[in-house]
Every structure is written in structure tokens, then in C-alpha cells.
Design a protein around this ligand. Structure first.
Ligand code: FE2
Length: 616
């Protein structure tokens, strides 16, 4: 009998470290290190994620056939040296600070990975190029036999964006954009300037954009960019300082946008909202141009996307609606975590030449529910060990009856089932759920549950079959990974009087915009997750039950964590978050916990819990 081929992919030492295990081409497990260490965007060697992958696959390190790293450290080091010499003596301090990590760790990866695997892996290590890993993560798990491929991020070794194609078991990248010209870094520069954290707060900037007007669009296009029709561009580096400091923007940038950057945590003004709207519009324009170029270059009807910029779901939504492609598929772990998966799949298909079969146009990402899961007995043992009070409801029908009732009653539910998600979105397995019909829910969940900024929108999980009734979303399409933004259907929008037209900025939140205000952003958009029975099982049936009672086929779905905290992984993480915040009810598989029944109610210790996590 043929021995199965096992490949471990690793991404690490920049941000969002992760590991992925594939056996005979099947994704067995994939996780981000932050979920285990409880340190958001953890960049360290993914020791825990690797262990988890091996455990889930019931596999030992010595049995691995290949271990692959998602980028080429020497090429990256070359970029750092060349950039340093181009700007020296500026950047000397950053250079000096970075060198020890390169000399001690990054340039000795085989030795470092050996340590993690206890020297039990005996074969050679493979190193991929960063954007090849992204491209492989976009194409190989996609539901397409052939597709154009676009990758866009901050930077890998030198590449910041690429365009190519995939056919069967091969991918090919034809065009690249190189550092320092980078859409990811451009967006991050504005993230920095508006007072959010780089490599973390980009999605906040995207969420802020609908509150503003794109009044700086022309300024950005004229002063900061030389944009070509094919989506490639050169940045005017007089305005940016990221080549030689930790700061991303300098004085010239400040002069252009009316003063210094917003101090983190200070009040957000109309200026930041307008800047957000402007850079978002520029980003969408560039994404659309690259997509059109990829179409022209390949003539293919499908598009596969990855790289951190592919998490810009507003841009993705526009490509789907306006771009020339019939179908698009986006890697759910589009950032560097997904590189671990892409690298492993690249080895399996491209290097080893294994056949790739696409079954009935289905992707092979398994709902991106690829992390560890916990059995009922493990959960029970944990709950007993801490003396938690719980109700065990083995009958699913009864459980869903109760939970859907509680959602309807306005309660906020912590929902935990099956395998943890791979990628930044909670997709119904490590989620917090609420009633989207409630007018108070958005503000309540932002301030009391997540302890985050009041402007942040929430996303809906909607029954796939009812999606097009509630959203301007084609009936035959799906969005299981919450990576596409679409408008709320006109029939579900509320009319309001002319006075509301005068509102600006955060005042826009005061207006009820639809029959599901909890998930309707101020521009009537929503970041949709379609839920189907095959991928989501019990979660789908919960939504079905909720619909049967209320007529509403959707709920608010937000990740189970507070601001700055990685999404919970284990029942223990989930219980701690539940008990220290204002969640009402926790559902851990078949165990239901009510906050008021718990012996330790730590709500007065919220500050203590919040202090554990660095603000993002
Ligand atoms: Fe990347």
C-alpha cells in the first residue's frame, strides 16, 4: 500500500505565525499561534500550532515527509540590507535593533525549526517565495480547475503584489510589483496616520470609511501615487518613512493631510473619517485595475485572491460586482497565516506533481474550520474542575430551541462548536451571537461585550438560501468566509425623514437603516457570511430554528474575544472571557451556562481582564 505523503507548512517570524498539515493533499489541520499563546498576531515560532496540527492528524514529527517554510529568509535579508544602504545613515537605529533577530534566528531557520520538532524530522527543509505561498493558498484550495491569481500584501521578500494563473496542479506568476511600492504598505501608512495599529487596525480603517467622504481621493492620486492602467504604481517616497523608521509617514505627509497623525485612542474626528473614505476608494480603484489586468492577461472567468489586502472585503465585494470575473474565491486566511497552508499545498501539487481534483466546484477549505476541537467529555471535565454551573442538553432540538429563544429575548450568546476557525474571522464555531433586529445591539455589543470602538460594524451570518432576500447578493453565489461586502436589499431598508440626511460622522449611527440594524453599516452595507448545512452543521440548524420563530434568517456573528484578545481557542479561554465580560449565556457544545448562576461572577474585574491584552 502506498504511504501517505505528509507535509507541514510553517509561516512565522513576521506576524500571524501559523502551521498547516496536509496529508495526501487533504488539509488535516491549520491554526494560528496567537490562538494558543493568547498574544494577538503572535509572530514567534508556531510551537503550539505545530503541536496542534500533529495532534489533530495523529502524526509524529519523525513521520513527516516534508517541512516547508512560507518565504525565503535570505532574499528578505537582502531586501533589508539594500534598503538600509539606500537610505543610510537614516535607519541605522532600526537596522541595529533588527540585526540580532536575523543573526540569531531568521537566518538559521532549519536549526530553529529543528528545535521545535525536537530534531525528529530527518529530511530537508524547503523554502518558498512569500507570494508563491500566497498564490498557492488562493488557488489550490479554490473550487476552480483554472483561475487567474492575484496576490496583494505589504511585502514579502521583494514582491508586494503579483498576477498569474493556476491550472490543474500548477500555478505560475507572471507579473510582480516590488518593494517599496506596495498597496498593503500604503493602506498601513494611512492606518498609522489615523491612529490605528499597523498590521492590525487596517480593518478598523475600512470600517471607518463609510462615515467619511472621499475628499482626499484626488490628493492621494495626484501626490502620493503614479497609478497605471494595469494597477501597478509607484509611490512618491518623499511622503513615506517606512523604509528607514518605524513610523510610516513623515512631515510632508502631515502637511498634506492637515496636521499630525491622530494620537492612538484619542477622539476620531471627521478628518480621520474622510481620510479613511479616501484611501478606501483609492484601494478599491487599484484592486479593480489589478483584477481587470489579471482578466486581460489570462482570459479566465475565475479569480483566486490572497495576501493581506484580500481581507479588504469591501474591495472584494466590488471586484465580484464590477470586475470582469464571473467567480472569485478568496483564501480565508488571506494574510501571512495562510502562507503556511499555501506553502504545504505548493509542495504537494507543484513540486511533487500530484493530481489535483476539484469536486463538483467545491473548495477544499472545509469552511476554514481547521483548528483543534474539544470533545464533550473534555469540556465537562474542565467545567467540573472549576465548579461551573451548567445544564447539559444532549438533545440538539432542545438545545437549539432554548438558544434561539434566548437570542430572541435579546440575550448575547457565546457559541462554541467543533473545530476552531483558521483565519481572522469567527465563522460560527468560536462566535458571539446576538439578535440583528435589535436597535441597541450594535452599541451594546461594541461597548459592553467587546469593549471596542463604538463605530465598529457587526457582520451577519445568514442562511445561504435566504441571503439574496436580505442582501444585494446573487442567489447562486455564496460567501462562507465573510470576505465579501454587499448592500442590504432595498426591500429591507428603512425610509427615514430628510432631517437624517444632515447627520455626519458617528451621528449616522443614530438612524435605524434597515429591519436588521445590528448588521447594517451606515452606508447600508454588510459583511456577509452565508451559512449552509454541509459546512456549518449545528450552526446552520440554529439559524434555521431562529428563522422559524422570528421569520428572520440571520443573526449577528462576531468573534468570541474582546478588543486586543485573539479569538478564543479552548473551552477554558471561552469560559474566562465569558465570566469576565457581559455575555449572558455560554454554550459549549451541549453545555449551557447562565452568567447569573455561576459561582464566580467577575464582572467587577472587567478591567483586570482587559488589562491582559494589549489594545489593537
Ligand atoms: Fe504576506
Amino acid at each position: 500500500m502506498k504511504k501517505p505523503v505528509s507535509i507541514l507548512g510553517i509561516s512565522s517570524l513576521y506576524h500571524d505565525s501559523a502551521a498547516a498539515l496536509i496529508i495526501d493533499g487533504k488539509i488535516i489541520s491549520a491554526s494560528q499561534e496567537e490562538r494558543f499563546t493568547r498574544k494577538k498576531h503572535d509572530f514567534r515560532m508556531p510551537v503550539n500550532a505545530i503541536k496542534s496540527c500533529l495532534k489533530e492528524g495523529n502524526f509524529a514529527a519523525e513521520d513527516l515527509d516534508y517541512v516547508v517554510f512560507y518565504e525565503k529568509p535570505f532574499l528578505k535579508f537582502e531586501r533589508l540590507l539594500e534598503t538600509y544602504f539606500a537610505y543610510a545613515p537614516r535607519g541605522f537605529r532600526q537596522f541595529l535593533m533588527g540585526i540580532p533577530q536575523w543573526l540569531n534566528q531568521k537566518l538559521h531557520l532549519p536549526r530553529e525549526i529543528d528545535k521545535v520538532l525536537d530534531k525528529r524530522y530527518k529530511n530537508k527543509y524547503i523554502f518558498m517565495e512569500h507570494h508563491e505561498s500566497h498564490a498557492a493558498s488562493a488557488f489550490f484550495p479554490s473550487p476552480f480547475e483554472e483561475a487567474a491569481i492575484v496576490t496583494v500584501d505589504g511585502v514579502g521578500e521583494w514582491t508586494t503584489a503579483s498576477v498569474g494563473s493556476g491550472r490543474g496542479n500548477k500555478i505560475k506568476l507572471d507579473y510582480e510589483l516590488h518593494f517599496p511600492h506596495s498597496l498593503g504598505l500604503l493602506y498601513s501608512a494611512f492606518t498609522y496616520f489615523t491612529g490605528f495599529k499597523v498590521n492590525s487596525g487596517e480593518y478598523k480603517l475600512m470600517g471607518l470609511a463609510p462615515y467619511g467622504r472621499p475628499v482626499y481621493y484626488d490628493t492621494i492620486m495626484e501626490k502620493l501615487l503614479d497609478l497605471k492602467e494595469d494597477g501597478s504604481f509607484r509611490l512618491n517616497l518623499d511622503y513615506f518613512t517606512y523604509c528607514y523608521t518605524d513610523a510610516m509617514t513623515g512631515r510632508k505627509f502631515e502637511e498634506l493631510f492637515g496636521g499630525p497623525r491622530r494620537r492612538p485612542e484619542s477622539q476620531i474626528t471627521q478628518r480621520e473619517m474622510d481620510i479613511a473614505a479616501s484611501i478606501q476608494k483609492v484601494t478599491e480603484e487599484i484592486m479593480l485595475r489589478i483584477a481587470r489586468f489579471a482578466y486581460k492577461n489570462t482570459g479566465m472567468k475565475n479569480l483566486a485572491l490572497a495576501g493581506g489586502v484580500a481581507l479588504n472585503c469591501v474591495g472584494n465585494g466590488r471586484i465580484l460586482r464590477e470586475g470582469p470575473f464571473e467567480n472569485i474565491w478568496i483564501q480565508p486566511a488571506a494574510g501571512d497565516a495562510g502562507g503556511a497552508l499555501g506553502a504545504a499545498l505548493f509542495v504537494h501539487y507543484q513540486l511533487l506533481g500530484n493530481e489535483r481534483k476539484v469536486e463538483a466546484q467545491k473548495d477544499s477549505q472545509a469552511g476554514s474550520l481547521l483548528g483543534p476541537c474539544f470533545s464533550s467529555s473534555e469540556i465537562k471535565t474542565y467545567l467540573d474542575s472549576i465548579g461551573a454551573v451548567y445544564h447539559s442538553i444532549e438533545d440538539e432540538e432542545q438545545l437549539l430551541e432554548k438558544v434561539s429563544d434566548e437570542i430572541q429575548n435579546g440575550k448575547v450568546i457565546g457559541w462554541f462548536q467543533g473545530k476552531m476557525e483558521f483565519g481572522p474571522r469567527a465563522l460560527g464555531n468560536r462566535s458571539i451571537l446576538g439578535d440583528a433586529r435589535s436597535e441597541q445591539m450594535q452599541s451594546h455589543m461594541n461597548l459592553k461585550i467587546k469593549f471596542r470602538e463604538s463605530f465598529r460594524p457587526f457582520a451577519p451570518s445568514v442562511l445561504r438560501e435566504d441571503c439574496s432576500e436580505y442582501f444585494e447578493f446573487a442567489e447562486e453565489k455564496e460567501s462562507p468566509y465573510m470576505l465579501l461586502v454587499s448592500g442590504v436589499h432595498s426591500s429591507k431598508r428603512c425610509r427615514f425623514d430628510g432631517e437624517s440626511d444632515e447627520l455626519t460622522g458617528l451621528e449616522l449611527l443614530k438612524v435605524k437603516r434597515s429591519v436588521v440594524p445590528g448588521i447594517t453599516h451606515v452606508d447600508y452595507s454588510a459583511r456577509i457570511q452565508t451559512v449552509d448545512e454541509e459546512r456549518h452543521g449545528r450552526y446552520y440548524r440554529l439559524l434555521k430554528k431562529f428563522k422559524a420563530k422570528t421569520g428572520c434568517p440571520l443573526v449577528i456573528n462576531t468573534s468570541f474575544n474582546i478588543r486586543g484578545e485573539p479569538i478564543v481557542c479552548s473551552p477554558e479561554n471561552k469560559y474566562h472571557c465569558f465570566i469576565s465580560t457581559h455575555n449572558d449565556i455560554l454554550v459549549l457544545e451541549g453545555y449551557v451556562l447562565y452568567k447569573e448562576e455561576q459561582p464566580e461572577k467577575k464582572e467587577h474585574k472587567v478591567e483586570e481582564y482587559l488589562a491582559k491584552f494589549e489594545l489593537d
